[in-house]
Design a protein around this ligand. Structure first.
Ligand code: DQA
Length: 149
Protein backbone atom coordinates (compact mmCIF):
# COMPACT_ATOMS: atom_id res chain seq x y z
CA UNK A 1 0.00 0.00 0.00
CA UNK A 2 1.69 3.18 -1.12
CA UNK A 3 -1.40 5.33 -1.12
CA UNK A 4 -2.63 7.89 1.38
CA UNK A 5 -6.24 6.73 1.56
CA UNK A 6 -7.51 3.17 1.98
CA UNK A 7 -11.12 2.22 1.26
CA UNK A 8 -12.28 -1.02 2.85
CA UNK A 9 -15.45 -2.88 1.92
CA UNK A 10 -16.70 -5.65 4.18
CA UNK A 11 -18.55 -8.91 3.55
CA UNK A 12 -21.12 -9.38 0.78
CA UNK A 13 -20.39 -6.00 -0.76
CA UNK A 14 -18.79 -7.86 -3.67
CA UNK A 15 -22.39 -8.80 -4.55
CA UNK A 16 -23.58 -5.21 -4.98
CA UNK A 17 -25.67 -4.79 -8.09
CA UNK A 18 -27.51 -8.06 -7.61
CA UNK A 19 -27.78 -8.07 -3.80
CA UNK A 20 -31.13 -6.65 -2.62
CA UNK A 21 -31.01 -3.68 -5.03
CA UNK A 22 -34.04 -2.07 -3.37
CA UNK A 23 -31.87 -1.65 -0.25
CA UNK A 24 -28.34 -1.34 -1.62
CA UNK A 25 -28.91 0.11 -5.09
CA UNK A 26 -28.16 -1.31 -8.50
CA UNK A 27 -24.55 -0.21 -8.92
CA UNK A 28 -21.83 -2.84 -8.84
CA UNK A 29 -18.90 -2.50 -6.47
CA UNK A 30 -16.62 -2.04 -9.50
CA UNK A 31 -18.73 0.97 -10.61
CA UNK A 32 -18.54 2.50 -7.14
CA UNK A 33 -14.79 1.91 -6.99
CA UNK A 34 -14.20 3.44 -10.45
CA UNK A 35 -15.98 6.60 -9.39
CA UNK A 36 -13.84 6.80 -6.23
CA UNK A 37 -10.62 6.28 -8.20
CA UNK A 38 -11.72 9.08 -10.56
CA UNK A 39 -12.32 11.45 -7.63
CA UNK A 40 -8.89 10.52 -6.26
CA UNK A 41 -7.24 11.24 -9.63
CA UNK A 42 -9.00 14.61 -10.00
CA UNK A 43 -7.56 15.54 -6.63
CA UNK A 44 -4.12 13.99 -7.08
CA UNK A 45 -4.66 11.56 -4.23
CA UNK A 46 -3.85 7.88 -4.55
CA UNK A 47 -6.32 5.33 -3.21
CA UNK A 48 -6.10 1.67 -2.34
CA UNK A 49 -9.38 -0.23 -2.32
CA UNK A 50 -9.92 -3.66 -0.79
CA UNK A 51 -12.99 -5.85 -0.31
CA UNK A 52 -13.09 -9.03 1.74
CA UNK A 53 -15.65 -11.41 3.14
CA UNK A 54 -13.14 -12.44 5.78
CA UNK A 55 -12.80 -10.69 9.13
CA UNK A 56 -9.20 -11.88 9.39
CA UNK A 57 -8.23 -10.41 6.01
CA UNK A 58 -9.77 -7.06 6.89
CA UNK A 59 -7.87 -7.03 10.20
CA UNK A 60 -4.58 -7.97 8.49
CA UNK A 61 -5.16 -5.21 5.93
CA UNK A 62 -5.61 -2.66 8.72
CA UNK A 63 -2.38 -3.78 10.39
CA UNK A 64 -0.56 -3.46 7.06
CA UNK A 65 -2.09 -0.02 6.44
CA UNK A 66 -0.67 1.22 9.69
CA UNK A 67 2.84 -0.06 8.94
CA UNK A 68 2.72 1.37 5.43
CA UNK A 69 1.64 4.84 6.50
CA UNK A 70 -1.94 5.06 5.24
CA UNK A 71 -3.27 8.41 6.47
CA UNK A 72 -7.05 8.02 6.21
CA UNK A 73 -9.56 5.18 5.99
CA UNK A 74 -13.06 4.92 4.63
CA UNK A 75 -14.72 1.72 5.76
CA UNK A 76 -18.03 0.03 5.21
CA UNK A 77 -17.71 -2.87 7.66
CA UNK A 78 -21.05 -4.27 6.36
CA UNK A 79 -22.39 -6.97 8.71
CA UNK A 80 -19.20 -6.78 10.83
CA UNK A 81 -20.45 -3.33 11.86
CA UNK A 82 -22.86 -5.02 14.21
CA UNK A 83 -20.79 -8.01 15.32
CA UNK A 84 -17.04 -7.53 15.23
CA UNK A 85 -15.20 -6.50 18.37
CA UNK A 86 -12.04 -7.83 16.67
CA UNK A 87 -12.32 -5.45 13.71
CA UNK A 88 -13.18 -2.57 16.06
CA UNK A 89 -10.09 -3.34 18.13
CA UNK A 90 -7.95 -3.39 14.99
CA UNK A 91 -9.16 0.03 13.89
CA UNK A 92 -8.69 1.36 17.41
CA UNK A 93 -5.16 -0.09 17.55
CA UNK A 94 -3.92 1.35 14.27
CA UNK A 95 -5.26 4.81 15.15
CA UNK A 96 -5.82 5.84 11.52
CA UNK A 97 -8.69 8.35 11.35
CA UNK A 98 -11.70 7.03 9.47
CA UNK A 99 -15.24 7.55 8.25
CA UNK A 100 -17.82 4.76 8.56
CA UNK A 101 -20.06 4.46 5.50
CA UNK A 102 -23.25 2.47 4.91
CA UNK A 103 -25.27 2.47 1.74
CA UNK A 104 -28.54 1.94 3.59
CA UNK A 105 -29.90 3.82 6.57
CA UNK A 106 -29.04 1.28 9.27
CA UNK A 107 -31.25 3.13 11.77
CA UNK A 108 -34.37 2.61 9.69
CA UNK A 109 -33.96 -1.16 9.41
CA UNK A 110 -33.97 -4.15 11.78
CA UNK A 111 -33.12 -3.27 15.40
CA UNK A 112 -29.87 -5.31 15.36
CA UNK A 113 -28.46 -2.95 12.70
CA UNK A 114 -28.75 0.10 14.97
CA UNK A 115 -25.69 -0.98 16.98
CA UNK A 116 -22.32 -0.18 15.44
CA UNK A 117 -19.02 -1.19 17.02
CA UNK A 118 -17.29 1.56 15.00
CA UNK A 119 -19.29 4.79 15.19
CA UNK A 120 -17.87 6.08 18.46
CA UNK A 121 -14.32 5.78 17.08
CA UNK A 122 -15.12 7.35 13.68
CA UNK A 123 -14.57 10.97 12.63
CA UNK A 124 -18.03 10.69 11.11
CA UNK A 125 -20.69 8.28 9.91
CA UNK A 126 -22.59 8.47 6.62
CA UNK A 127 -25.54 6.16 6.07
CA UNK A 128 -28.60 6.00 3.87
CA UNK A 129 -27.24 7.99 0.94
CA UNK A 130 -26.40 5.00 -1.24
CA UNK A 131 -23.10 5.01 -3.11
CA UNK A 132 -23.04 8.82 -2.95
CA UNK A 133 -22.03 8.38 0.70
CA UNK A 134 -18.64 6.97 -0.36
CA UNK A 135 -17.98 9.96 -2.63
CA UNK A 136 -18.87 12.35 0.18
CA UNK A 137 -16.61 10.51 2.61
CA UNK A 138 -13.76 10.58 0.11
CA UNK A 139 -14.14 14.32 -0.55
CA UNK A 140 -14.03 14.92 3.20
CA UNK A 141 -10.92 12.75 3.61
CA UNK A 142 -9.16 14.55 0.72
CA UNK A 143 -10.02 17.92 2.22
CA UNK A 144 -8.66 16.83 5.61
CA UNK A 145 -5.41 15.56 4.13
CA UNK A 146 -4.90 18.67 1.98
CA UNK A 147 -5.51 21.02 4.87
CA UNK A 148 -2.94 19.08 6.91
CA UNK A 149 -0.19 19.44 4.27
C1 DQA B 1 -24.46 -2.13 5.18
C2 DQA B 1 -25.52 -2.29 6.27
C3 DQA B 1 -25.26 -3.53 7.10
O1 DQA B 1 -26.26 -3.66 8.10
C4 DQA B 1 -25.30 -4.75 6.23
O2 DQA B 1 -25.00 -5.91 6.98
C5 DQA B 1 -24.44 -4.65 5.03
C6 DQA B 1 -24.33 -3.38 4.33
C7 DQA B 1 -24.78 -0.95 4.23
O3 DQA B 1 -23.88 -0.54 3.50
O4 DQA B 1 -25.91 -0.46 4.21
O5 DQA B 1 -23.89 -5.64 4.56
O6 DQA B 1 -23.21 -1.85 5.80
Amino acid sequence: MDKEILILHGPNLNLLGSREPSIYGSKKLTDINSKLVAIGKENNIGLDIFQSNSEAELIETLHKASVEGVKYLIINPAAFTHTSVALRDAIGAVKIPFIEVHLSNIHAREPFRKKSFFSDLADGVICGLGDFGYSMALLYAIDKLKSRN
